[in-house]
Ligand binder design. Structure first.
Ligand code: IVH
Length: 686
């Protein structure tokens, strides 16, 4: 007998959460991205058929609503403290002595928990009856910004706890960008001509403050939780117990923590991880050492800034010296030619380094780096280290480095605009540019063609099967099945050159599927200079079709909010090039979607323009997202928390503290009936 929709929805949600945990918490997925998407789509379809089953904590509801105008300020339930630092083992032992003295324990060893110090930004999450209702940044420790909509997009964070406690709890932790997401993001920014983030921490902080949750969702942020703030004794008498309980609730707790009996075990842990940290998928700059016994913590208390029961052991700087053998250049998708250092291989913090970035020719000149120099290198947030400086004197007989005058791949002359630091290869059919362009076209945030990685792209170019994006859509499964692809870095027996076979067929399926993408992805995938994901989404939403984007005069492009003169000029330049027009036409003829279905920005101020609504509790006849959409269609803004700026609070059943706050502030509240009347009246233009 077929399963009831209620049961199927429940099963799908459980399965989706299970796979989110495998992927985002354990980095050990059990299914492919495509299979995961299939589960999510199945759930979306069921919820579309049965809107009464769509709840705000459904995984389909992670990205809801449109960009917000700004973040409200929220007050933390208790001060969000920072940590004191120690920089070596002696200081760590001194911390332990202070703890033992403060506790009156004499020589008795204290039990600690040692955890990774995650290099991100702190976050406080509120759950009410097990449902995620709020997320706030640390701010000044007293007040932070309400970033709930962005937090909801982070798949490591559960929207609903598993067997979590009733009532209201707050958990705290760190939002961060895994290294792989950081590298991808910077590569995309570099290609779009946008400034790069210096390290994953800055990138995470920048992303978290973005006003468009849909963009935040694509950035690949993750989170770890390490603290429970509750006014009741909920979890345990020890921190180790709290971590275990929080993990059981489904919260992302970083798994490498260890309970240590006494400071010597803590020191051993710190030594171990100073090297091993490179094996982690995220950046850590130290170990946080915390007293395990919660009652003892209470007794030790805090200074104005730091708890006395915890400290952060900072790992020593990751620097080394080696010889700069050569300076080579790399050609990017936009033709940008950037220098990089080829180094005499050297061990640094757990890995062997043989290359380092050198941002641009000016950077090399400023540091006066010369081939043959001894250089100081450093691992920052990025996995690729950078050259800090040359150790003088320079190598005997060395000369200042000069940018080559021709492209190392196609030999065309390199050019540089007066106001730019970047040199470029202007040959649009340079093989190096084509290779990077195709990789970008296939990226997850662009056309999302799984399986079309760099080795396959290399082969497609080499075999003459693909000369531009449109050629991808002419590929036949039989051609790809027979293609022999050599892995980039052969590491094992399995990595020998092999026929693609079934993988090739899957790639053709993926290419076929990509035809249905929204216009915003295509605009981004085309790799128009300065047009990043966000600008592409804005253009698609505003102009709706590719024809209209390409026909828009610079003034029309620039009049779109968030599209500046640089982006507008770049789009025009792209559209004016006949070869680009022809490319777009061939893509259209191949069946690639040239339209956008994204919600249209309202041109006229709606009848509820300027009004701010807050939704609380459950509405019987529509989901929170449907209510939000209806309000936004009428020009209203939906905020996550109640403030003096709130115009109305819509209270469904089980409305919580937001309703209390509205009453305190004397804000008008609407029950479901009154709310529906308002929407119906507004939609009829009354
Ligand atoms: S505990 C009252 N644990 O580091 C103690 N903090 O430099 C609260 N951080 O503000 C912090 N990983 O944002 C704790 N495992 C961890 C951490 C961690 C990263 C951050 C946190 C804190 C900052 C202090």
């Amino acid at each position: 007998m077929a399963k009831r929709p209620e049961e199927r929805v429940r099963e799908l949600r459980e399965a989706i959460r299970h796979h989110e945990e495998r992927y985002y918490i354990y980095n050990d997925p059990e299914i492919s991205d495509e299979e995961f998407d299939r589960l999510l789509h199945a759930l979306e379809r069921l919820e579309a058929d049965r809107p009464d089953l769509a709840t705000p904590d459904s995984p389909t509801q992670r990205v809801a609503g449109r960009p917000v105008e700004g973040f409200d300020t929220v007050e933390h339930v208790s001060l969000m403290l920072s940590l004191d630092n120690v920089y070596n083992e002696d200081e760590l032992k001194a911390f332990d002595e202070r703890v033992r003295k403060g506790a009156g324990l004499g020589d008795t060893p204290v039990a600690y928990v040692a955890e990774m110090k995650i290099d991100g930004l702190s976050i406080a999450l509120t759950y009410e009856d097990g449902r995620l209702v709020g997320g706030a940044t640390r701010g000044d420790g007293i007040r932070g910004e309400n970033v709930t909509a962005n937090v909801r997009t982070i798949r490591a964070i559960p929207l609903a706890l598993r067997d979590g406690p009733r009532g209201r709890i707050e958990v705290r932790g760190e939002v961060f960008l895994p290294r792989a997401s950081f590298l991808r993001m910077n590569r995309e920014r570099e290609d779009a001509g946008e400034p790069l983030f210096a390290n994953p921490r800055n990138a995470a902080a920048g992303t978290m403050r973005n006003l468009d949750p849909a963009l935040v969702a694509r950035r690949g942020l993750a989170a770890f939780i390490y603290q429970l703030v509750a006014d009741r004794d909920l979890a345990s008498v020890s921190h180790a117990g709290t971590l275990t309980t929080m993990r059981a609730w489904g919260l992302p707790v970083e798994s490498h923590w260890r309970r240590c009996d006494g400071i010597d075990a803590v020191v051993a842990f710190c030594r171990e991880w100073a090297d091993q940290r490179q094996t982690l998928t995220f950046d850590t700059d130290g170990v946080v050492v915390k007293v395990d016994d919660l009652a003892l913590r209470e007794r030790l208390g805090a200074t104005a800034k730091f708890p006395r029961w915890a400290t952060a052991f900072k790992f020593p700087a990751q620097q080394a010296t080696t010889t700069l053998l050569r300076i080579d250049v790399n050609v990017g998708r936009t033709g940008a030619v950037t220098p990089y250092a080829v180094l005499d291989p050297v061990r640094l913090a757990g890995s062997t380094i043989s290359m380092a970035t050198l941002h641009n020719a000016e950077d090399v000149a400023r540091k006066d780096l010369r081939e043959g120099d001894r250089v100081l290198i450093e691992k920052g947030g990025d996995v690729i280290p950078k050259v800090v400086k040359a150790i003088l004197p320079h190598a005997a007989g060395s000369e200042p480095w000069q940018m080559p005058s021709a492209c190392p791949v196609c030999d065309s002359a390199l050019r540089r605009d007066e106001d730019e630091v970047v040199w470029r290869c202007e040959n649009t059919s340079c093989p190096a540019r084509l290779r990077r362009s195709l990789e970008h076209f296939a990226w997850r945030s662009a056309m999302n063609i799984e399986g079309l990685g760099s080795s396959l792209v290399d082969q497609l170019i080499e075999q003459g099967l693909v000369r531009d994006f449109a050629d991808l859509y002419q590929l036949k499964a039989s051609e790809l099945e027979d293609l022999v692809v050599a892995p980039r870095e052969p590491r094992s027996e399995r990595a020998r050159p092999r026929k693609l076979g079934k993988v090739g067929r899957n790639v053709v399926d993926q290419i076929e599927r990509s035809k249905r993408n929204d216009l915003s992805r295509l605009i981004y995938a085309l790799g128009i200079r300065h047009v990043g994901e966000k600008a592409a989404a804005t253009l698609a939403r505003q102009f709706r079709t590719m024809d209209r984007v390409l026909a828009a005069p610079v003034e029309a492009l620039q009049s779109v909010s968030e599209i500046g003169p640089v982006v507008a000029a770049s789009v025009r330049l792209f559209a004016d090039e006949p070869r680009n027009r022809e490319l777009v036409e061939r893509l259209a003829r191949a069946g690639v979607n040239m339209t956008s279905q994204a919600p249209e920005p309202s041109e006229q101020p709606g009848p509820l323009a300027g009004k701010v609504f807050v939704l609380t509790g459950t509405l019987a006849s529509l989901t929170r997202e449907q209510a939000t959409e209806a309000l936004e269609r009428l020009g209203a803004r939906v905020a996550a928390s109640v403030s003096k700026k709130t115009s109305y609070v819509v209270a469904g059943s089980d409305a919580g503290t937001k309703l209390d706050k509205a009453r305190q502030l004397g804000i008008e509240t609407l029950d479901e009936g009154a709310f529906r009347k308002l929407i119906i009246k507004g939609s009829a233009g009354l």
